[in-house]
Design a protein around this ligand. Structure first.
Ligand code: FES
Length: 161
């Protein structure tokens, strides 16, 4: 789904971002630092911000998308207030991580890698987080939930609502 980004509501940040572009416009390879600044400032790369970069630096929008989609550090959807990291490492996988992930997707009504429309939750698949003894493991923000059973997931998520 597409997330609307309101330039007016974010006008202070947008103004700071314009200043950053201005200060860096003569730098070689300016696009990468500008995209990193946008990702850091807005939490993702909103379309109107990419258009602003395109106009200001006179770089075609298609080229900007080309760079931004190439590097995984850039995202086009915002993260939710609570990030649910689902470990898909070997130990967790063997202990049913796929079913855990499928249940989380079902409870939240979004796919892995997505964010709920109310911006409350994101689901992020991850590699081993070093807690294999607790497999299958899910991290919600800084809390580890281990030895997860599919039937417990809804109750756990509800605590973060
Ligand atoms: S494989 Fe999941 S914590 Fe190690």
């Amino acid at each position: 789904m597409e997330f609307k980004f309101d330039m007016e509501k974010n006008k202070d940040k947008v103004e700071e971002f314009r200043v950053f572009i201005d200060e860096n416009r003569d730098r070689p390879g300016v696009l990468m630092p500008v995209l990193q600044e946008a990702q850091g400032k807005f939490g993702f790369l909103p379309e109107p911000v990419l258009e602003l970069i395109s106009q200001d630096l006179r770089i075609p929008l298609a080229d900007i998308y080309g760079v931004a989609t190439f590097y995984s550090q850039f995202t086009f959807i915002p993260k939710g207030e609570h990030n649910i990291s689902v470990c898909l490492g070997t130990a967790c996988y063997v202990k049913g991580a796929e079913k855990v992930l499928a249940e989380i997707e079902k409870v939240l009504g979004i796919k892995s890698g997505g964010t709920t429309p109310d911006l409350k939750f994101s689901i992020t698949p991850t590699r081993c987080i070093g807690a294999c003894g607790l497999a299958p493991v899910v991290n919600i923000d800084d809390d580890i939930h281990g030895k997860l059973k599919v039937e417990d997931i809804k109750g756990i998520i509800d605590k973060y609502r």
